[in-house]
Design a protein around this ligand. Structure first.
Ligand code: DAK
Length: 261
């Protein structure tokens, strides 16, 4: 049997955190069809697992992922990629995940690697991380959201410059531009990411999923519609026993015990 292209683990500590690791180290975790299929299956399973509240996706020290597999796609025809809707269907699984996805990025996050990181809800980067959309340098353009999510994250001017030149951006530059939530020393990356994941995983799951859904709505609606949606979702939390428990625990000066309902 061939080796799995991703490794999946539900961690003992922190509780309710799952870890997915890209596993093609020889090609800097280049993303191919098989990897995308495995990732889709893992995300779907973990999203419906009640023992998982947060999913962390990572690569290795040298690469989160250096993009789509260039060797695999080099000779494909237009008809092939168009007719097969080139791997979009698998990657789009990430869009329907309701639990928070954290990208823990060390080394290269290029092309599809940068685009997948942007599909996640939070990017935490090692100080060695390098982001970029280098597709222009191989005669193509970003195809998995780079031209759409990058300007929303960093603004038009930077997105244009990054995508038109294909230059790599350091973790520090990516943080200053708003692409990355936090930059941490490379050797502390997983400790920091898992601490963040653990903090989120300890909250009420429905409240966590509502935060994700309402923030994402900010990118799809007008301000007025978004504010109304937020208000409705805020009101709906008062139907949760976790809201009663959370507020009571505050008043009683103790830690809340959420039941995720
Ligand atoms: N694909 C295939 N193999 C890759 C690769 C990639 N993207 N990146 C690296 N490798 C392989 C190298 O060929 C090399 O293999 P061997 O020669 O050892 O067999 C091995 O990984 C180590 O790489 P290097 O020897 O090049 O390592 P260096 O440290 O010298 O350089 C590098 C690291 C990251 C600067 C360099 O490898 C590089 O420039 N890589 C290519 C980066 C790139 O152009 N990425 C964008 C690819 S296009 C879509 C989905 C996805 C996409 C589009 C649409 N849909 C759902 C519609 C995405 C497109 C892309 O990402």
């Amino acid at each position: 049997m061939s080796e799995p292209l991703i490794l999946v683990e539900v961690l003992a500590q922190p509780a309710k955190v799952a870890l997915i690791r890209f596993n093609r180290p020889k090609v800097l975790n280049a993303l191919n069809d098989q990897l995308a299929k495995e990732l889709e299956a893992a995300l779907t399973t973990l999203d419906s697992d009640p023992n998982v509240h947060v999913i962390v996706v990572t690569g290795n020290e040298k690469a989160f992922a250096a993009g789509a597999d260039i060797a695999a796609m080099a000779d494909w025809s237009y008809a092939t990629v168009f007719n097969q809707n080139y791997i979009s269907k698998h990657w789009e699984a990430a869009k329907s995940v309701r639990k928070p996805l954290i990208a823990a990025v060390s080394g290269y996050a290029l092309g599809g690697g940068c685009e997948f990181a942007m599909m996640c809800d939070i990017i935490i980067a090692a100080d060695t991380a390098k982001f970029g959309q280098p597709e222009i340098t191989i005669g193509t353009i970003p195809g998995m959201g780079g031209t759409q999510r990058l300007p929303r994250a960093v603004g038009k001017a930077k997105a244009m410059e990054w995508c038109l030149t294909g230059r790599m951006v350091t973790a520090q530059e990516a943080e200053a531009a708003g692409l990355v939530a936090r930059v941490v020393p490379a050797e502390k990356l997983m400790d920091e990411v898992l601490a963040t994941a653990g903090k989120i995983a300890a909250q009420s799951l429905p409240a966590v999923m509502k935060v994700k859904e309402t923030i994402n709505a900010a990118f799809e609606t007008t301000l007025d519609q978004g504010l109304k949606f937020e208000r409705r979702e805020f009101h709906s939390t008062f139907a949760l026993s976790d809201q009663k428990e959370g507020m009571r625990a505050f008043i009683e000066k103790r830690k809340p015990e959420f039941k995720n309902q």
